[in-house]
Ligand binder design. Structure first.
Ligand SMILES: *[C@@H]1O[C@H](CO)[C@@H](O)[C@H](O)[C@H]1NC(C)=O
Ligand SMILES: *[C@@H]1O[C@H](CO)[C@@H](O)[C@H](O)[C@H]1NC(C)=O
Ligand SMILES: *[C@@H]1O[C@H](CO)[C@@H](O)[C@H](O)[C@H]1NC(C)=O
Ligand SMILES: [Zn+2]
Ligand SMILES: [Zn+2]
Length: 420
């Protein structure tokens, strides 16, 4: 009899503990980032996103991610069943737990990996190197203006891909009932006898026409996928373009290729291509980006000078760079620029991208070089008096200062050339 008080207090402690544990369970709607009025579709979407994010294969050695993965599966199982959802809405976690214990005599959840495989195929794992079948990778290309390679950018893109049908969770059945095909006994193939000649038979294995080779039959096909178990739908992913990434960079999105209940999805590989610059688009209003050309870490620019500028100097140019900052080019009066001459401007090329050093601190970014190539244009026409003046000037100065270019360059001189 005198044991009773201690038993009672143990019970109290246990009860307290279980309330604490319950209190620690996050609200299912919060966990999935949904409001109480979320639709079935929204619940499925949230499950798809979060279960992938917290999957233990993507978070190795992270027990808190693993716990989240299990919780997200629990939340989905509760909220995707209209009956359980009603109970949860009304009585919360505890009510739901009691109900489940009543139902299954002891409760216990489904395997969260099973649920995951219904949404993503495979055995519930991403199966890199495992024994699981893996679907093909998917190639996608994205065209980006040079400006985006210079500045870096986070951009969303949408592609259509095959996804496991959310409505039937990859079963192909409206009511979840999938039966083994009667005709082939689930083998997907039947043996047929062909008579080649009287008394001579050939046995041929044929795809079962009762189930189309699947080995399973569905009475009520899912109205969304028509029993195909998969649908083609657009998905939106986010690509992070780092400053200075080379063109042709391949960004890998793990397990984002076509899905199927029969295999683990391969990777989607996004190739970054440089877009041909288009003249006269709004972009050129802000920067001179249309006219820059990239070569690895360097940029090239062509600058046009008039004959007067090239020869006499005394000019400035303001280039608006790809991020809007201004690079000033100039020559003092009397500084000559030869046609085709190339200036090198250090630190005005592309940012230098260090793969895998994303979050490391540099003392400011490093940049390649900017090469400025000069072109000189001569005037096409001259007015008569102007022509006369210039002619007279040339005549005056060439006799005094002219150098024989032919002799100067070591060529056998036929007719003399001169510099002036
Ligand atoms: C995870 O932990 C195991 C054992 O503690 C270790 O061998 C393994 O390298 C770890 N993996 C990662 C990705 O940290
Ligand atoms: C473990 O996973 C959680 C949830 O995704 C994340 O917030 C946390 O940063 C991860 N911890 C480590 C050490 O990666
Ligand atoms: C270039 O910019 C400088 C400083 O902003 C300004 O003084 C100069 O006039 C500009 N030159 C030209 C050619 O626009
Ligand atoms: Zn069959
Ligand atoms: Zn379906």
């Amino acid at each position: 009899m005198f044991l009773l008080p201690s038993l009672v207090s143990t019970l109290t402690v246990l009860l307290l503990l279980s309330t604490l544990l319950l209190a620690a369970t996050e609200d299912y709607y919060n966990l999935l980032g949904l409001s109480k009025t979320a639709s079935d579709r929204e619940i499925k979407r949230a499950y798809r996103t979060l279960s992938k994010k917290y999957h233990p294969d993507k978070n190795p050695n992270n027990s808190s991610a693993h716990a989240k993965f299990v919780e997200v599966a629990e939340a989905y199982e509760a909220l995707s069943d209209s009956n359980l959802r009603k109970i949860y809405d009304q009585y919360g976690h505890e009510g739901l737990k009691q109900h489940q214990q009543g139902q299954r005599g002891g409760g216990g959840h489904h395997d969260p990996f099973d649920l995951f495989s219904r949404f993503f195929g495979g055995g519930g794992h991403f199966g890199h190197g495992g024994g699981q079948r893996r679907g093909p990778d998917m190639e996608v290309r994205m065209q980006l203006p040079l400006k985006d390679f210079y500045n870096g950018r986070e951009t969303e893109f949408t592609v259509e891909k095959q996804q496991i049908c959310e409505d039937c969770e990859g079963s192909g059945s409206a009511d979840g009932v999938v039966e083994t095909c009667q005709k082939c006994g689930g083998r997907g193939a039947v043996i047929q006898k062909h008579m080649l000649a009287p008394g001579i038979f050939q046995q041929v294995q044929m795809q079962c026409d009762g189930c189309g080779g699947k080995g399973k039959s569905i009475k009520h096909a899912c109205p969304v996928c028509g029993g195909a178990r998969v649908v083609r739908r657009p998905v939106t992913l986010t690509a992070v373009i780092e400053k200075g990434m080379p063109k042709g960079t391949r960004l890998r999105f793990e397990n984002e290729a076509d899905e199927s209940p029969d295999y683990v999805a391969g990777d989607m590989v996004l190739t970054l291509q440089e877009q041909e610059p288009k003249l006269g688009e709004e972009e050129s209003a802000k920067t001179d980006g249309t006219f820059f050309r990239r070569k690895d870490n360097d940029l090239w620019w062509k600058e046009v000078l008039s004959l007067r500028e090239a020869w006499m100097g005394g000019w400035t140019r303001n280039l608006t760079h790809l991020d809007g900052h201004v690079v000033r080019l100039s020559r003092e009066r009397g500084q000559v620029v030869q046609p085709g001459q190339v200036d090198t401007v250090k630190g005005e090329g592309m940012p230098i991208y260090h793969e895998g050093h994303l979050h490391e601190h540099h003392d400011g970014d490093e940049f390649g070089k900017l090469y400025v190539e000069y072109m000189v244009v001569l005037p096409d026409q001259m007015e008569k008096p102007m022509e006369k003046d210039f002619w007279a000037l040339w005549e005056k100065w060439r006799l005094k200062k002219g150098i024989d270019l032919g002799k100067d360059s070591g060529r056998p001189s036929a007719a003399p050339h001169d510099e002036l």
